[in-house]
Design a binder for this molecule. Sequence first.
Ligand code: PGA
Length: 252
Amino acid sequence: MSPNRRRPLVGGNWKMHFLREDATNFCGAFLAGGALPADVVLFPSFPLLPTVAEALEGTDVGCGGQDLHPEDKGAHTGDVSGPQLVDAGCSWVLCGHSERRHDHGESDELVRQKAVAALRYGLTPLICVGETQAERQAERTFEVLERQLRAALSEGPATFTLAYEPVWAIGTGETATPEIAQEAHRFLRDRLTEMLGEAAAQAKRILYGGSVNPQNADELISKPDLDGFLVGGASLDPEKFLAIIRSCGSDS
Ligand code: PGA
């Protein structure tokens, strides 16, 4: 790894998978993998959080929620608050994952409110942005990325991590080519430079997500503006997830 490279970060987004026993087994196998060349965070579904947080206690592996409500408490059936995530052992939270934006109609403004709420409790928001297939075909990718980014950060959180997740690549097996991913990451970093200044933009980690696997991770991470991954399907298999994380240590 070149000396001035940002330390990579890899998130495992388990989505609505696993029961407690699967989660315990995963953590056992994963932690046996030893020292890793990247920071790692697991994002289990809510009922698994205490199990996973306990299994990860005393390790460097972080734990995060997949969503949170912008308010701290109240009559919001089915939602989870920032304090509840912290109480369950989280230090991270996903904000604006495309499955939330599409399945639950989350707006850019709601994503901003969630990211701000996360920070109130010391949770680091991992803000996800990405264009759909139709938006890419209509050559609207940059417009969509800029809109999502600026909305999330307008009066937004000072501390955050960004993930570029092209919707057409999520769970489809169709990964962005390293060139397409790099172009989007570069675009996002340039916008961050405008918004935050050069030093802060250079320090930000921008993760790529969308059908990452042990076969394509090496080539993707070789691109200068890719600082790690947000992994869905392949994060359910400890060996595949470890292989992806190890690819972040290969000098490129
Ligand atoms: P995938 O999911 O790796 O299964 O494509 C990525 C994500 O949704 O974060």
